[in-house]
Design a protein around this ligand. Structure first.
Ligand code: GLC
Length: 447
């Protein structure tokens, strides 16, 4: 009930926050009014459609995923991994080049995950990358590479900390050996804001902050006060264009600029984390390439290139971005299979198909999972029909009422014959190939 009421209140705030015509500057009253530069950044973000999530920290040395600390180890024993972290093959430029070649337009990097280890030269705690044998600021190198190669930089930041005593633990991280009596929210909150200030003042343009962990207190009997509005205001005052998102699995809260969905495309709830209603803010679905976010040695169950391309298409057809995850190895390299997938995505996005994904909006023609659509923007924008079945049918019949000027196979430019079916209000498109090795057969329709 608590969440339900909260969702309703927040849904109206989310709608308010997205007023696309708003041009006023940041206000100090209780309502968040995004600045013109923030609205512009939101639109650019939506247009980009594809980003790469990177979960990397000292947890990669255990090769058991980023939640390893939650499942048994004592925090002080776990922390010894910092003294062994030496990713001698890490090359930020190389990562970003491979990501750029995949057609992705931004990254989201875990600056500090739930284990509490910071991947930059923070002055707020010694539990950071400078105190490892590697001793170099990873966030700095990635930020520089992103800026140089014109790739957007989003920073993941955990609200949870399974190591620090001052973070008041919720339903996770209770077996790491912290003394609950030492919890001190005010102290922890100041620490987080000081860290965020570093990230937003010392690393150039930051395109987004991606919060995670709110759900740690979603079962508290007394609602936990995360003081998000103040934190969001601080971020927007430091970088007004910075897009704030929070992986709370709720409809967006006041002050947020995007809505994310974990492991589900908007409107679906296969993972059980996405029952929330969909706001008018830019949308993003995050999903893993294999099973886990952080590097896990046994997790070789990679989705095929076909599955990933279709996931991107289905996400775009819902008007959302796909943030596709890679868990880099402890040696600093991206796993070879992940590199292969990046290259396959790039081949597809850099072909004609790209035009049906970038800077599109959700389409209104969908037949279950097998036929979805995206649309260009503006008046007389083309419709892109994506046929996602392995075998291309000889004809596709769809409920289209508008008058069609032209239909082509986007891939090869061949004209596609079509016929209107009398009063049925449908049009049948005759495909120009019927092979059974199809990933996405795209018909571009102009009106
Ligand atoms: C969850 C997990 C976290 C992961 C995130 C990505 O919130 O706690 O490990 O970073 O999802 O969506």
């Amino acid at each position: 009930m608590k969440h339900f009421i909260q969702s309703i209140i927040l849904a109206s705030i989310a709608l308010y926050g997205n007023a696309q015509t708003t041009t006023s500057t940041c206000s100090n009253d209780s309502h968040y009014v995004p600045t013109a530069e923030n609205i512009k950044a939101r639109n650019n973000f939506s247009d980009s459609r594809f980003g790469i999530f990177l979960h990397w920290g000292i947890y990669s040395t255990f090769a058991q995923g980023e939640w390893f600390l939650n499942y048994g180890p004592n925090k002080d024993e776990y922390a010894k991994a910092a003294d062994a972290f030496y990713p001698h093959r890490f090359d930020a430029e190389k990562w970003i080049s491979a990501i750029k070649a995949s057609g992705a337009k931004y990254i989201c990097f875990t600056t500090r995950h739930h284990d509490g280890f910071s991947m930059w030269d923070t002055k707020q705690s010694d539990y950071n990358i400078m105190h490892t044998p590697y001793g170099k600021d990873v966030v700095r190198q990635l930020a520089d590479a992103c800026h140089k190669q014109n790739i957007g930089l989003h920073l993941y930041y955990s609200h949870i900390d399974w190591t620090r005593e001052d973070y008041p633990a919720g339903r996770t991280g209770n077996t790491t050996g912290k003394d609950p009596k030492k919890a001190d929210w005010n102290h922890y909150y100041k620490f987080m804001n000081a860290q965020l200030t570093e990230l937003l003042t010392k690393y150039g343009k930051v395109d987004g902050i991606w919060f995670d962990g709110w759900w740690d207190h979603d079962e508290d009997s007394v609602p936990f006060n995360w003081q998000l509005s103040e934190q969001y205001r601080m971020i927007h005052s430091l970088q007004p264009a910075c897009i704030i998102g929070n992986n709370h699995h709720q409809t967006p809260f006041e002050g947020e600029d995007m809505q994310m969905f974990e492991r589900d495309i908007p409107g679906e709830n296969k993972s059980g984390l996405s029952g929330q209603s969909i706001s008018q803010l830019p949308l993003e679905t995050c999903q893993t390439m294999n099973g886990m976010w952080g590097y896990k040695i046994k997790d070789q169950d990679y989705k095929s290139p076909k599955e990933l391309i279709r996931l991107l298409v289905r996400t775009a057809a819902k008007g959302a971005n796909l943030l596709l995850n890679i868990g880099p190895q402890p040696n600093g390299e991206l796993p070879a299979t992940a590199l292969d997938r990046l290259s396959d995505m790039g081949k597809w996005l850099n072909s004609k198909a790209g035009e049906s994904i970038y800077a599109t909006v959700r389409g209104n023609i969908n037949v279950g999972d097998s036929i979805v659509s995206t649309m260009g923007k503006g008046k007389n924008a083309p419709l892109y029909i994506h046929v996602l079945s392995d075998t291309v049918p000889s004809s596709v019949t769809l409920p289209i009422k508008s008058k069609i000027k032209n239909a082509v196979n986007l891939e090869n430019g061949n004209k596609i014959k079509y016929q209107r079916n009398g009063k049925a209000g449908t049009i049948s498109f005759m495909t120009d190939r019927q092979d059974n090795d199809n990933t996405d057969y795209i018909i571009k329709v102009e009106f």
